[in-house]
Ligand binder design. Structure first.
Ligand code: COA
Length: 173
């Protein structure tokens, strides 16, 4: 099933805390924690977490070695099914770990094209900012993310310390 038609992006904001918590708890139930390290506040203060990542777009409250980031929640109707982060301009750290675009999708909503749709949306937004090529990084054993990146035209340029891909923002095939 493909849910492209009903997907929308909303900037992270405290008003979405209740919907965000449903997704966060689904990750935890699947023994996946996307909110460790500097993001652990997502467990104790979800509204504060969403406001913090919202402020990253203004260059405020950034993790060490990070650049400004536009953080979105991915909605399927009124359900939060994922998160999309777009980072620009990259720091040296993000060139090795993280790249321009990060995403994760609710375990109950995978393999429906959500991450592919989100990545294509991110590429479009980076193109609008004048970025010709986006850098993506990925673990070697993350088969789903590798598939998403390669479906969107990713060209593998390095394997260490993570797989790194470049994608032309104008050809989001
Ligand atoms: C990676 C992730 C974002 C993919 O989200 P998604 O919405 O399921 O992705 P899509 O549905 O757009 O595409 C997934 C593709 O991977 C394929 N896939 C899934 N599991 C796979 C596996 N184990 N081996 C090979 N391909 C696989 C799917 O078949 C699909 O390809 P297709 O469209 O050709 O059939 C999601 O698995 C996730 O959130 N993982 C944890 C966080 C994470 O890894 N984020 C990325 C960090 S780089």
């Amino acid at each position: 099933m493909n849910v492209d038609q009903s997907l929308t992006l909303q900037r992270a904001a405290a008003e979405f805390a209740d919907a965000f918590v449903v997704m966060r708890d689904a990750f935890m139930a699947a023994s996946e924690d996307e909110w460790t390290g500097g993001a652990v506040i997502a467990h104790t203060d979800p509204a504060g977490y969403l406001e913090t990542i919202r402020s990253w777009s203004e260059g405020k409250n950034l993790p060490p070695d990070w650049c400004p980031a536009d953080c979105y929640l991915i909605f399927a109707d009124d359900v939060v099914v994922g998160q999309l982060d777009i980072r620009h301009p990259l720091t040296g750290h993000l060139r090795q770990y993280g790249g321009n675009i990060g995403y994760h999708v609710h375990p109950g909503y995978r393999n429906r094209g959500t991450a592919t749709w989100a990545l294509r949306s991110a590429l479009q937004m980076l193109e609008a900012k004048g970025v010709a090529e986006a850098l993506l990084t990925c673990a070697h054993d993350n088969a789903a993310s590798i598939r998403v990146i390669e479906k969107c035209g990713g060209r593998r340029i390095a394997d260490s310390p993570r797989r790194r891909y470049l994608i032309s923002t104008s050809s989001r095939s």
